[in-house]
Write a protein that binds this ligand. Structure first.
Ligand code: ADE
Ligand code: ZN
Length: 329
């Protein structure tokens, strides 16, 4: 079996996927048309030409514009279902999905519209595709603490549908410390916490995420390698790092996949996992991320097995669920 075949057939978990980042241009045009809203591009091809990013902010501007065509519960259902079918076709058996409520509530879409659409697709996927899932509600870090608190309060009546809270959007200049009180309140309410840190931001932001936000996982975490004390701490605590190779390449976090830090992270015994981040924008879903990084870094089948095992071990499944899923490999 080639490494590519090995990657495709192995059952895996995905832990870092923004549902709004799985919005394929074809579906975007379809939903824009039925909602009678303008995208600002004349064709799928023209839109795809704009997917040429210099950094995270460049991408975020287009990502928020794309999400603005989502208005109705069915739109959120269709978006989520399309991702789940794709994930199923790539042998993803468990997925932990981010959504950004403020991207929608700030445009006047009700919180319940968003969550009901996503949740209905997740229930259908459990039943029809056998995929299990968790939802992670992200706060947009470029917005205020007040706005995050408002979102946390809005989520309260849907508490049983959301496993964790996270932190995403423009990293530099918006350190985790800005949301220390929001995360403390979220923890008090029983949410697990995670945060994007060390994608473009410094290793200090990873320290803050760990020490102030008490996160169970770091999303990305690439820049931890500049601080050996931090690396030791993350390795000792087995903190999951949800690494996203094709995202890092598209957003110029790395100039070439051959220079990606994944292998060094593995050598340092960090609990790294492979994920797609925003697959509709970065040129590949989870298997393509595994395949391209495996080729660039000459990863072995044993390396792939380690990464896949990490994906379950770093998930928010129970010990029993993890054991069951690790046994089907
Ligand atoms: N939102 C969606 N994708 C993101 C990323 N890679 N970093 C920060 N925020 C995001
Ligand atoms: Zn992300």
């Amino acid at each position: 079996m080639t490494i590519e075949e090995y990657i495709k057939q192995i059952p895996k978990a995905e832990l870092h996927i923004h549902i709004e980042g799985s919005f394929e241009p074809e579906l975007m045009f379809q939903i824009a048309k039925r909602n009678n809203v303008e995208i600002g591009y004349n064709s799928v091809e023209e839109l795809k030409k704009a997917y040429n990013f210099s950094n995270l902010q460049d991408f975020l501007d287009i990502y928020y514009a794309g999400a603005s065509v989502l208005l109705k519960e069915q739109d959120f259902y269709d978006l989520t279902w399309a991702y789940l079918e794709k994930a199923h076709s790539e042998n993803v058996v468990h997925t932990e999905i981010f959504f950004d409520p403020q991207t929608h509530t700030n445009r006047g879409v009700a919180f319940e519209t968003v969550i009901h659409g996503i949740d209905r697709a997740l229930q259908d996927a459990k039943e029809k595709l056998g995929i299990s899932s968790k939802l992670i509600m992200c706060f947009l870090r470029h917005l205020t603490e007040e706005s995050a608190f408002k979102t946390l309060n809005e989520s309260h009546q849907f508490r049983n549908k959301i496993a964790a809270v996270g932190l995403d959007s423009s990293e530099v200049g918006n350190p985790p410390s800005k949301f220390e009180r929001v995360f403390a309140k979220a923890k008090e309410r029983g949410f697990i916490t995670v945060a994007h840190a060390g994608e473009e931001g410094p290793s200090d932001y990873i320290w803050e995420a760990v020490n102030l936000l008490k996160v169970s996982r770091i999303d990305h975490g690439n820049t931890c390698l500049s601080d050996s004390r931090l690396v030791k701490r993350l390795a000792r605590e087995k903190t999951g790092l949800t690494v996203c190779p094709l995202s890092n390449l598209a957003l110029k976090v790395v100039d070439d996949l051959k220079n990606h830090p994944l292998k060094i992270m593995m050598e340092k015994r960090l609990m790294v996992t492979i994920n797609s981040d925003d697959p509709a924008y970065f040129g590949g879903y989870i298997n393509e991320n595994y395949i391209q990084i495996a080729k660039a870094l000459d990863l072995t089948k044993e390396d792939i097995t380690t990464l896949v095992k990490n994906s379950f071990n770093a998930s928010f499944l129970t010990k029993e669920e993890k054991e069951k899923m690790l046994n089907i490999e």
